[in-house]
Design a protein around this ligand. Structure first.
Ligand code: NDP
Length: 320
């Protein structure tokens, strides 16, 4: 079978390509710059790549860019979307929202145009689920029925969260209007070993706790392992009964909890040891694992994911 992965050089997508090749699929992988070795060598070196990996150039904002790639595929995994910290973008519309929303619609439009009859698995985010600004009781449990509120995201300037929420909403609308079978995967903050040579945003969140940065963010957030996220993508494609959205979260933890876990494992590391502000810690919440577990997803313990992230950051030379 032939599958397509958009944004194939990214942190999650590289793992996805690796597992798809391992499972015998032929993979058409889209990247923005196929001539840049930093963006492609790690893909070309994966087992099975020489025989079954085909690289294509495509850009989220270029109409028709994905036509040739998706044509005749059994499944399209749409992972490409910019993931940067909310404080970073100068122009959130151009840097985050347009590539997320127009990019998703662009990929879906290519699927509609082609002889494509398979599934589209979209990497959305738990960010598109849990940010609605409504007061909740302590330890409230979110599940796949919740959607973040775009107006609230805009109010509090959570541009990345807004981009993912609008992109997912646009995808569901397009799917209903055009009878295209989509499934969304909604992971929490994804960590675990890196296969790519560059530093992605969620791995950087762990690196910042051990690289001499004095303070940790005052944020309570869900965490999940990249290998489990990738299995969810694959199972969503392979299982005929998979449908709708899948929230993926092993554990919700405040950054102070992450620091504590790291300190227990690496007592000699110099860690970020104070909170970035003196506001109360945001409350903990739960995310239902029921639907993901029924699909066959298993969750590695958070401690294992943190350890494997740190080992990998060290191996790749990000920790000095
Ligand atoms: P990476 O930054 O590692 O990968 C992002 C990919 O998207 C890269 O291939 C990047 O290409 C591509 N991309 C970004 N902007 C554009 C654009 N304008 N045109 C074409 N391609 C573009 O991120 P992750 O692997 O972490 O994220 C992958 C997906 O998972 C995203 O959709 C993200 O929102 C989602 N996600 C990630 C989570 C996490 O914690 N990591 C949590 C929940 C969801 P290039 O390298 O050329 O910039």
């Amino acid at each position: 079978k032939v599958v397509c992965v958009t944004g194939a050089n990214g942190f999650i997508a590289t793992w996805l390509v690796k597992v798809l090749l391992q499972r015998g699929y032929t993979v058409r992988a889209s990247v923005r710059d196929p001539c840049n070795p930093k963006k492609t060598d790690h893909l070309r070196n994966l087992d099975g790549a020489e025989e079954r990996l085909h690289l294509f150039k495509a850009d989220l904002l270029e109409e028709g860019s994905f036509d040739e790639i998706v044509d005749g595929c059994d499944c399209v995994f749409h992972t490409a979307s910019p993931f940067v910290n909310d404080s970073d973008p100068v122009d959130p519309q151009a840097e985050l929202i347009d590539p997320a929303v127009k990019g998703t619609l662009n990929v879906l439009a290519s699927c509609k145009k082609s002889s494509f009859v398979g599934k589209v698995i979209i990497t959305s985010s738990l960010a598109a689920v849990v940010v609605d600004g409504k007061p909740k009781p302590p330890n409230f449990t979110y599940d796949e029925t919740f959607f973040s509120d775009p107006q609230f995201c805009e109010q509090i300037k959570m541009w990345y969260v807004l981009s993912k929420t609008l992109a997912e909403q646009a995808a569901w609308k397009f799917s209903k209007e055009n009878d295209i079978n989509i499934i969304t995967i909604n992971p929490a903050m994804v960590i675990g070993p890196l296969l790519q040579p560059t530093l992605n945003t969620s791995s950087a969140a762990i690196l910042k706790l051990i690289d001499g940065t004095p303070a940790f963010p005052n944020v309570t957030i869900g965490w999940v392992d990249v290998r489990d996220v990738v299995m969810a993508h694959v199972l969503a494609f392979e299982s005929p009964s998979a449908n709708g959205r899948y929230c993926l979260n092993e554990e919700v933890a405040h950054f102070s909890d992450i620091v504590k876990i790291i300190r227990e494992m690496y007592p000699h590391l110099k860690l970020a040891d104070k909170c970035a502000d003196d506001k109360p810690f945001p409350p903990y919440y739960q995310v239902s694992k029921e639907k993901a577990k029924a699909l066959g997803v298993e969750f590695r313990p958070l401690k294992t994911s943190i350890k494997d992230t740190i080992e990998s950051l060290r191996e790749k030379g990000f920790v000095t």
